[in-house]
Design a protein around this ligand. Sequence first.
Ligand code: V47
Ligand code: SF4
Length: 402
Amino acid sequence: MDAEKRITFLLEDKKLDVQLNTIAAKVYHGERISESEGILLYEKGELGYLGVLANFIREKRHGNITYFNRNFHIEPTNLCVYDCKFCSYSRMIKHREDGWEATMEQMLNQVKSYDNEPVTEVHIVGGVLPQYNMSFYMDLFTAIKKHRPSLHVKALTPVEYHYIFKKAKVDYATGMAMMKDAGLDSMPGGGAEIFHPEIREQIAKDKCNADQWLQIHEAWHNLGMYSNATMLYGHIEQYRHRIDHLERLRQLQDKTGGFQTFIPLKFRNKDNQMSHVPEVSVIEDLRNYAVSRIYLDNFPHIKAYWAMISRETAQLALSFGVDDIDGTLDDTTKIYSMAGAEEQRPAMSTRELVELIKNVGRHPVERDTLYRVITDYKDAIFDEEGGAKQAAYYQLPVLDNK
Ligand code: V47
Ligand code: SF4
């Protein structure tokens, strides 16, 4: 049954709760749902129901296409002046002996090590330290672009920008314009956590607050540039805090249109100050993807970060509103493995990603950071070396009885 038939079937279900039926009708007609309806979805919406709605929206926007990209991360340092309670990564307080601080040269060498690889994006994110100031990052971006102009630099979050701009005494608009001139191409979605002060004060007290996070993205969008947004869910927040978070993002997106993708980040509880808080179930992960897809009607993409939630959950998420999977990664990020993610050395070849997507009946398309199509893998098969060729039939071994 296709996505349209499933939602019509649901709308005709006399046993469906009246309020859930009203929401389903709104989704069917492309109408926006309210904050109270969002909370109701979290409270009452069963997995199957939410999946029908979210998949309807996903397929209306993207059909069967599932995007992925080829990228690597640079994490400049795992030391940080902040003390977020969910962070398993920072070595400032505990295990200081395991801390690293990469130099400019080391980071450039990391970029150069991909010179013969078909990666399209470097994602730079890590801890916050005083020596990584505005001029350090501007020099880094400029040097990366000088070395490889086509490599998309997706770097830092409002957490770092707020900190370095404050130190340099520049306002957000000026600071972001300077970053753009230095070579910054886009901003990742991190540092958003949960915007609502009731929760943010408890888990991420000292870093930029919700308004500052949103203002920095707005300043970036006003330059005609794009960014992403995240939400760290499944810890001490309540459903109303999640909807408040999504509502603030939806409002800014109405204003600027500069967000490309929303990435829900599941709280992982290993080795941090919130280890006593249990992780939510995979069912809750899928419900959260679905509600995000339904609520954020003005976001083009919803992305599953497989390094955080496992390959299998990423596959399932493709039926709950997700149309994008990040990325090849090449074992260059530690943030999630240190927090207890199943993937301790996250890396997937193009072939593995393509097969992961195809195995659940979706159509894999490699994109660049701005969602321009690089390669359509719908009919591609791979040779022994992992190179893609045109479609052909798998050869079965045949016994020669002669
Ligand atoms: O802001 C930290 C999260 C984020 C934990 O924009 C944790 O394409 C769960 O934002 N459990 C950084 N999450 C990563 C990020 C990101 C990742 C992938 C793609 C993009 C994109 C952005 O990681 C932090 C924080 O919210 N995080 N610790 C933890 N224990
Ligand atoms: Fe620092 Fe980021 Fe960890 Fe917070 S989550 S302590 S800002 S590295």
